[in-house]
Design a protein around this ligand. Structure first.
Ligand code: CA
Ligand code: CA
Length: 267
């Protein structure tokens, strides 16, 4: 009798201890590998177009192919040309007046694109070698993008020509270009995060209930085709992907001093 009461308690205790250790452990568990051909994760069925002009998109990426750098501009459709982009985040089509914001990442740098009718220009282009796991944050302030690499502001782009622009949540690309490489820890915030805020939590997991966090795919599911959104808004679904091989161990650094210096000293 005593044993039958105590054993479930013992298991519950173990579960609590495991949860605490897991939540505090460095690194990020699993990540996803994208083939650059047709792999993607949709987490955009519940749209993000209500979070306009001031917002933050951030994620970790370890790209394996070069993207085509286009000149920065606020018009035209260079983002569609030659299939030269590798959209880690594919920009949602914003219709006639608005634009979704996406991010193309290659081993030779990062480009921020906006997408609407007759409109897919690069508003920010930053060329730099990216040869390892790298944290990328795109912060929009009053429709103007800023790029942070590993927590450091490296470039401010052009102000959007659209009435409103908003973040996107299709991970891995679409027909104008698929991302090739590994990705982890995708987050969208409804506010313009500061450099301090970005640095404070880029190397640790979040809970999902943080203020202004509107989408958070920690990419830790590890086996199935669903990628959990810890904000409870819109889980991602893996499409044209293979769970048995596309889930990999993440190389995102944890928040130990050594690991932190390893990323921040690179830029
Ligand atoms: Ca992860
Ligand atoms: Ca595939």
């Amino acid at each position: 009798m005593i044993k039958s009461v105590l054993f479930p308690l013992f298991l519950a205790g173990l579960s609590v201890i495991y949860s605490i250790i897991y939540a505090q452990s460095p690194g990020s568990g699993y990540a996803l590998n994208f083939d650059g051909v047709n792999d993607y994760v949709t987490a955009n069925a519940v749209d993000l177009n209500t979070y306009t002009n001031n917002f933050t998109i951030e994620f970790w990426a370890n790209p394996s192919a070069t993207r085509t750098p286009h000149p920065e501009t606020t018009s035209g459709i260079s983002g569609t040309s030659g299939y030269g982009q590798h959209y880690a985040i594919y920009p949602t089509h914003g219709g006639q007046n608005d634009a979704g914001v996406g991010v193309s990442v290659g081993t030779n740098g990062v480009s921020v694109y906006e997408h609407g009718s007759g409109y897919m220009p690069a508003l920010l282009v930053y060329d730099v070698a990216i040869t390892d796991w790298t944290h990328i944050a795109v912060v929009y302030i009053a429709k103007q993008p800023r790029l942070y690499i590993n927590g450091i502001l490296v470039k401010t782009g052009l102000t959007s020509a659209r009435l409103a622009c908003f973040p996107s949540a299709r991970i891995g690309g679409s027909w104008y270009g698929y991302f090739a490489g590994d990705m982890d820890e995708f987050r969208v915030w409804s506010t313009s995060r500061t450099q301090t805020q970005i640095r404070d939590n880029m190397c640790e997991k979040l809970v999902g209930s943080e203020v202004s966090l509107v989408r958070y795919l920690g990419i830790d599911d590890g086996s199935r085709t669903t990628v959990t959104d810890a904000t409870g808004t819109q889980n991602g679904t893996m499409l044209d992907m293979t769970p048995t091989t596309d889930w990999i161990l993440s190389g995102v650094p944890g928040k130990s001093l050594t690991e932190w210096l390893k990323v921040t000293n690179k830029y």
